[in-house]
Write a protein of this length. Structure first.
Length: 246
């Protein structure tokens, strides 16, 4: 039995939209598709690690990680992440970049973010606080939203996924004005609420953001009297009942 195709719920077609291979499995996307191979080849991954056929992507990764050191594994993961994004750009935006551009982007990211890659043991032990993970109820819809402000522009993105992680809908936008980062998060939060309303989702909706300040404002929306707080209140009014988890 082979690996599942990636988009069983998304559309009828199972084949790879980029090369028309019979099934677009995760292994196919990351290793077997010609452009994925080209990216790995440019990245310098040994040919013997690229050519063998695997049923499951994780088996391939396991074999590769057995022969790569930590630094090479980190670089491989960054390369695969960029390769995956390149595939998604093709699926959702109809454009993809050439292999060398994808590789170059991964390399820049690797250099810029070297401080964050877990190549060496951290100087200080990691925060020992245990984070409790709460399982979400079955059938929920999760909304991820994020905003970024740079070069006098504000970009935002919203993605809705079902409980198996498949993308149901998504949106992105660009405002040609620079607004405060926190206001941008609230703006994006409003956009995600609009999307939930438009999708007419009848199940539990989980909003996810990495902006702790926004989470706190939503939690304390009845007592927060700042401008940002006032902006959150009408957003929150969309829901008859809601609870916020951080
Ligand atoms: Zn393909």
């Amino acid at each position: 039995m082979g690996e599942l195709v990636i988009r069983p719920n998304f559309e009828e077609k199972l084949e790879c939209p980029r090369c028309s291979a019979e099934k677009e499995t995760l292994f196919h996307v990351l290793e077997d598709c010609p452009i994925a191979r080209a990216i790995l080849f440019i990245g310098g991954l040994d040919n013997s690690l690229i050519t063998k056929d695997y049923h499951c992507c994780i088996d391939w990764l396991e074999d590769v990680i057995r022969v790569l050191n930590k630094r090479a594994t980190t670089n491989l993961m960054i390369t695969l992440w960029n390769s995956w994004n390149n595939r998604n750009n093709f699926i959702f935006r109809g454009k993809e970049e050439e292999a060398h551009v994808v590789w170059e982007r991964g390399r820049t990211l690797s250099k810029d973010f070297r401080i964050f890659s877990l190549i060496n043991d951290p100087l200080l032990p990691a925060n020992p606080a245990v984070k409790r993970w709460e399982k979400h109820p079955r059938g929920y819809v999760k909304i991820n939203f994020d905003a970024s402000v740079s070069n006098n522009r504000t970009g935002f993105g919203v993605i809705a996924r079902d409980d198996e992680g498949f993308v149901i809908d998504g949106g992105e936008g660009l405002k040609n004005e620079m607004i405060l980062a926190e206001l941008a998060e609230i703006y994006t939060f409003e956009e995600s609420i609009k999307m939930v309303c438009a999708l007419n989702i009848k199940t539990i909706v989980v909003f996810e953001t990495d902006n702790a300040s926004l989470v706190n404002r939503v939690k304390h929306h009845s007592t927060d009297v700042t401008i940002f707080g006032a902006r959150v209140v009408p957003s929150f009014g969309f829901f008859a009942s809601a609870s916020v988890a951080s």
